[in-house]
Design a protein around this ligand. Structure first.
Ligand SMILES: [Zn+2]
Length: 92
């Protein structure tokens, strides 16, 4: 199992270093190989969100607070799934 809170900064300084982190999390379409980084992903058509409790019924080791977001590829229309961690809520 991985460590979820690996490198979370304690304070919110306007550091450009956060760009490196988000650049890593691109989603690639299985249908047309289009790549969607964070910003582009948010602009795709939203289909549904699968809650952690719902996934945990089928996946034994699913971490709490991690949901799956399903969006439609703007290029070919394939449904794309992407994990989304919602445990950051304790930041307020
Ligand atoms: Zn596609």
């Amino acid at each position: 199992m991985g460590i979820l809170r690996s490198n979370v900064p304690s304070g919110r300084t306007a550091s450009p270093a956060t760009d490196d982190v988000s650049g890593d999390r691109a989603t690639t379409c299985g249908g047309c190989s289009a790549t969607y980084p964070d910003a582009a992903w948010a602009s795709l058509s939203f289909i549904r969100q699968i809650e952690a409790a719902e996934i945990a019924r089928s996946v034994l080791d699913w971490p709490a607070g991690v949901t799956i977001e399903v969006r439609r590829c703007a290029n070919c229309g394939t449904s794309l799934a992407r994990k989304r961690c919602t445990t950051a809520s304790w930041f307020g």
